[in-house]
Ligand binder design. Structure first.
Ligand code: FRU
Length: 493
C-alpha cells in the first residue's frame, strides 16, 4: 500500500493536464462502474449539495484528485436530468491557496437555490502553519452562467466550547418560523458526538449559534457525529447522522455507521424527541454520509444518495490510484417507525435486455457485469450465490433462513477479500419473512433491496475475471436484465 506524505496529499491542483494519466488509469480499470457515480480521478467520498435547480439535478462529491487518499478535498460537480444518467461538469469548489479559510479542503455541505443562484454551505477545513485545525462554515454561490463565487468571509467560525471537529453544514428553511437553520456535526470537549444548530432570518447574514441539539437518550452515542441532518418525510421527522467510533451489534468491528432516529423535531426548543431506537440505514458493508436532496416539493418522500464506502478502510482499487463511488439514488418513505428505501422508479430505464435463464453445464448461470435481478420468493430457505466461479464455488452468498427469518450476506467466499477485520457477513431479521429481492449489480458493487425497501444491503465487491456466474436454490421466481451504461466517464476537470 502506498504511503503518502502530507505534501503529496495536500498538493494544489494547478493544471487539469496533471490528472490525465490518473484518469486514463482509472478508466481502464475492470472495476470502473457502469451506472454508478464514481470519482473522475483519485478518491471520492461524501455526496454534497444534492438539489434540483435550473431544471437539473445537481450533485457534488468530495474529491481528492491525487489518488486513493483523503487529502485536499474539492467539490466535484455532476448533473442529471433524470437521476439515472449523469454527466461530469468539473470541479466546482477549489480550496484556497495559502492561508484562506478552506486552505486544507472544501469539506462536506449542502446547497439551497434562491432565484437564479445556488448557494453552497460547506466546511472550510483550515490548518495553521503548525497544523492546528479550525473549521469555518463557508458560503459560495453558483451563478446562472456557471461562475462560482466564494464569499470572502465565513458565515461563522468554530464554536470554542467544542473540539476542532465541527463540520458538514446542512441548510434547512422552516417556513412556519421564517428561519433558516444550519445543523453541523460536532464533538463535545468530553469527546461525545452531537449536532450544533445555528439560525438566521437571512440566508446570507446574521447567523447566530442557537444551541446544541438535545436528543434524549443519545447524549453518549459515538465520539463524533458526521453529516447530521433533520429531514421531514411523510409528516415525521428523521434525524439522519453518522456516529463514529461506536460498535453496533451485528456490524462486526466496524466503528463508522450511518443511521437514523425517527421522532419529532421541536425547532423552538432545539430538541429532537426520539420515537424509538437508532436504526442502521443500510445493512451492507459500504455505505456512509447519506444525504437527501434539498427542496423537494413532495413532502411524503425524500431522495437519498450515499457514499458507497467508509472512512479509514482500504479498497482494492487503491492500487490503481482511485477509490469510491456513490450508491444509486433511492426513494425514502416512512412506514411506521422505519424508513423504507426503494430504488427510484426512474431506474427501470436502465433495463436493456431481459435474459433468458439457461443453466451452464455445471449448474451455474452467467452473470452480466451490469445487471438487475428481481426475485419473488415463496416459502422456505433461499440461497443465492452471486459472483461465483463457473463451477458455483465461492462468491457472495445471500442466504435466507425461514426458521429465524434472517437474511444474511457473506463476502468471505470472494477471491479478492478486503476489510476482513470489520467482519465479512451482515444479517438482518425480517419481521414478515422474505418475499422479494431486487438486486443491482455493477462492476464492483451490489445493492440488495429486500421486501420492497424494508432493508437494503449495499456493498462493494471486486470479482476476478473468473467470478461472473451465479446459482440459486429455493422456491423463487427469478428475472434478470442487463443494464445500460449511465455514467459518462469523461475527463472533465
Ligand atoms: C465524512 C467526512 C465529513 C467531512 C468530509 C471530508 O465522510 O469526514 O465529516 O466533511 O468527509 O471529506
Amino acid at each position: 500500500m502506498k504511503t503518502w506524505t502530507k505534501e503529496e496529499r495536500y498538493r494544489i491542483l494547478m493544471d487539469p493536464q496533471e490528472l490525465i494519466g490518473l484518469h486514463e488509469k482509472a478508466r481502464s480499470s475492470k472495476y470502473r462502474q457502469r451506472f454508478h457515480i464514481q470519482s473522475v480521478t483519485g478518491l471520492m467520498n461524501d455526496p454534497n449539495g444534492f438539489v434540483w435547480f435550473n431544471n437539473l439535478w445537481h450533485l457534488f462529491y468530495q474529491w481528492c484528485p491525487w489518488g486513493a487518499v483523503h487529502g485536499l478535498k474539492h467539490w466535484y460537480h455532476i448533473v442529471s436530468k433524470d437521476l439515472v444518467a449523469w454527466k461530469n461538469l468539473g470541479v466546482c469548489l477549489l480550496p484556497d491557496r495559502e492561508n484562506g479559510y478552506d486552505n486544507k479542503g472544501a469539506y462536506s455541505g449542502s446547497a439551497m437555490p434562491i432565484d437564479d443562484s445556488l448557494y453552497f454551505f460547506y466546511t472550510g477545513n483550515h490548518r495553521d502553519p503548525d497544523w492546528t485545525r479550525h473549521a469555518y462554515t463557508c458560503l459560495a454561490k453558483l451563478h446562472k452562467d456557471g461562475w462560482v463565487e466564494k464569499y470572502p468571509l465565513p458565515l461563522f467560525g468554530e464554536n470554542p466550547d467544542y473540539t476542532e471537529h465541527q463540520r458538514d453544514p446542512k441548510i434547512i428553511y422552516r417556513e412556519e418560523l421564517g428561519l433558516y437553520y444550519i445543523i453541523i456535526g460536532a464533538q463535545t470537549k468530553e469527546k461525545k458526538g452531537c449536532a450544533l444548530v445555528y439560525q438566521s432570518e437571512d440566508l446570507l447574514h446574521g447567523w447566530t449559534f442557537a444551541g446544541e441539539l438535545k436528543v434524549k437518550g443519545f447524549e453518549d452515542f459515538g465520539d463524533m457525529w458526521e453529516c447530521p441532518s433533520v429531514e421531514h418525510i411523510g409528516g415525521r421527522d428523521v434525524l439522519l447522522f453518522c456516529p463514529q467510533h461506536l460498535k453496533i451489534q451485528g456490524r462486526g468491528d466496524s466503528v463508522n455507521h450511518n443511521g437514523y432516529i425517527m421522532g419529532n423535531m421541536d425547532w423552538k426548543n432545539l430538541t429532537f424527541i426520539p420515537d424509538g431506537q437508532f436504526h442502521v440505514l443500510d445493512f451492507g458493508f459500504d455505505s456512509y454520509a447519506a444525504a437527501c436532496a434539498n427542496n423537494l416539493e413532495n413532502e411524503d418522500e425524500a431522495i437519498l444518495i450515499a457514499w458507497m464506502g467508509l472512512p479509514d478502510v482500504y479498497y482494492p482499487t487503491d492500487e490503481e490510484d482511485w477509490a469510491g463511488c456513490l450508491t444509486l439514488p433511492r426513494q425514502l418513505t416512512v412506514r411506521g417507525r422505519r424508513l423504507i428505501q426503494r430504488p427510484l422508479p426512474e431506474l427501470k430505464k436502465l433495463r436493456e435486455d431481459k435474459i433468458v435463464l439457461e443453466k451452464n453445464e455445471n449448474g451455474t448461470y452467467d452473470l452480466p457485469e451490469a445487471a438487475e435481478m428481481e426475485a419473488d420468493c415463496r416459502v422456505g430457505d433461499v440461497d443465492l450465490n452471486l459472483f461465483t466461479h463457473p463451477d458455483g464455488s465461492g462468491g457472495l452468498k445471500i442466504s435466507y433462513r425461514e426458521a429465524d427469518k434472517t437474511i444474511s450476506i457473506d463476502r468471505s467466499g470472494m477471491d479478492l477479500r478486503f476489510n476482513e477485520e470489520q467482519g465479512e457477513s451482515r444479517s438482518r431479521i425480517l419481521e414478515s419473512g422474505l418475499s422479494h429481492l431486487r438486486i443491482f449489480i455493477d462492476r464492483s458493487s451490489v445493492e440488495i433491496f429486500v421486501n420492497d425497501g424494508d432493508a437494503v444491503f449495499t456493498s462493494r465487491i471486486f470479482p476476478t475475471d473468473d467470478e461472473h456466474y451465479f446459482s440459486y436454490e429455493g422456491d423463487i421466481f427469478l428475472r434478470l436484465w442487463t443494464l445500460k451504461d449511465a455514467v459518462a466517464d469523461k475527463f472533465i476537470i
